[in-house]
Design a protein around this ligand. Structure first.
Ligand code: GLV
Ligand code: MN
Ligand code: MN
Length: 410
């Protein structure tokens, strides 16, 4: 294997900071929800950097952006990348690090005059976060053939605005058919977004896979009535049912145990007034598990609880599946490469599964895939206080470069 040239750490930090100025929110974080004006501005800045590096840019029909660095041979590239959209209360590293470190790896090769055997490709995928449009990982899922382009374009946000219309509006509905650029391998550098690496005092995570994800929305229908006059036994209280589901979700995670997690992140009541029984409640339940059998059991028990509670309160329920992905295991050979390269750099390394969803989880359907994690301070992410130390970013970016070079020369 070729020795890696030096990577310009200061330049990587400067680009992370510059991108974080777009959609900056108080506390050092970012709000660049998918396909908003802020997302467009972030995309434009990253594309301008891709152009300045002389990369060949392709935009597909779901707005994924691919920047190719030619190799000595033509053919399938080694791909890296992530996303540049954020949740509304996002940090500056989630997704952005992987894209910008990929570009920095290309700059390092340029500076050293290295042309790899296989082309390299740095990509960013549309709507990884899924905070505005569901499902999450939308662009990479379409790229991998797991969701039709038509379905993805038709997905709407809470205001009824469609992905396709927003892509047109911000100028990112490209002409390339999704899936056209089929990588020979995919590597994603990402912050861990959880506390395990920091807690273990380890710098590099060799990610073993991504846990399964189940997202559902429940809309409970009740009857609005006077909070003072309506006896408890005669109520059809949608707010009460929502609260029961929320507390059951926590109880469910304890009962299933192991790696089961569960979150109720959205609860909206109507009419949302102090002295009016809610006639509607909309809530979301996010269930995740590294084990598919356990995740199915969690879903089945949740649905049974919802049905029983709705019936007992004389309410109605409409259920919408927003996302469902089975757990993914990365190939042992790819995990071992991350470990070996980390050790070669004198870094501490451990294996761990990813608790968050990632584009790599979709790319794994197409090609051998690896993920490199670096620590998140206090385990915080999807939080403006999200932080990864400069030294850890540098360690991760170096190993990304090593792995890209190794795969592109293989
Ligand atoms: C995506 O970032 C998710 O894991 O929710
Ligand atoms: Mn991410
Ligand atoms: Mn995220």
């Amino acid at each position: 294997m070729k020795n890696s040239p030096p990577l310009d750490h200061a330049h990587l930090h400067a680009r992370i900071a510059a991108l974080a100025e777009i959609g900056a929110v108080e506390g050092g974080g970012c709000a660049r929800l998918a396909l908003t004006d802020e997302d467009k501005a972030g995309r434009d800045l990253v594309v301008s950097w891709m152009r300045a590096q002389g990369l060949a840019i392709h935009v597909d029909a779901i707005g994924n952006v691919f920047a190719i660095r030619a190799g000595r041979e033509s053919g399938a590239p080694v791909m890296t990348g992530s996303h540049v959209d954020t949740v509304r209360t996002g940090g500056r590293f989630d997704g952005n690090l992987g894209v910008l470190a990929g570009l920095e790896a290309c700059r390092a090769l340029d500076a050293a005059g290295i042309v790899t055997r296989h082309p390299l490709c740095v990509a960013f995928f549309t709507n990884e976060e899924g905070a505005r449009f569901q499902p999450d990982m939308m662009g990479s899922l379409v790229h991998a053939g797991g969701l039709s382009l038509e379905e993805a374009l038709a997905a709407t946000d809470g205001a009824g605005i469609a992905v396709g219309d927003e892509l047109d509006r911000i100028g990112y509905r490209g002409t390339m058919a999704p899936g056209t650029i089929r990588p020979r391998a995919f590597v994603e550098l990402h912050i861990e977004q959880g506390p395990v690496l920091e807690d273990s005092a380890v710098t590099i995570g060799a990610v073993t896979g991504v846990q399964g994800i189940s997202w559902h929305e429940f809309t409970i229908g009740g009857v609005s009535a006077h909070a003072g006059t309506t006896p408890m036994r005669l109520r059809h209280d949608a707010g009460y049912v929502a609260a029961e589901i929320a507390t059951f979700t926590r109880r469910l995670t304890r009962e299933i145990g192991g790696t089961q997690v569960g979150t109720v992140g959205v609860v909206e009541l109507r009419p949302n007034l102090i002295n009016v029984i809610a006639n509607q409640a909309r809530l979301t339940v996010d269930l995740r598990n590294t084990d598919e059998t356990n995740l199915r059991e969690a879903e089945a028990r949740l649905f049974a609880f919802v049905d029983a509670t709705v019936a007992a309160e004389g309410c109605t329920v409409a259920v919408r599946k927003l996302a469902r992905f089975e757990p993914v295991d990365f190939p042992p050979d790819m995990i071992a490469r991350v470990e070996r390269l980390a050790i070669a750099r004198g870094r501490s390394v451990m294996r761990l599964p990813s608790g968050a969803g990632h584009d790599a989880q979709m790319l794994a359907r197409l090609c051998p895939t690896a993920m490199i994690f670096v620590p998140s301070v206090k385990g915080l992410s999807h939080n403006v206080a999200e932080f990864t130390t400069p030294a850890d970013i540098e360690a991760g970016a170096d190993i990304l470069l090593d792995l890209l070079l190794e795969l592109a020369e293989a």
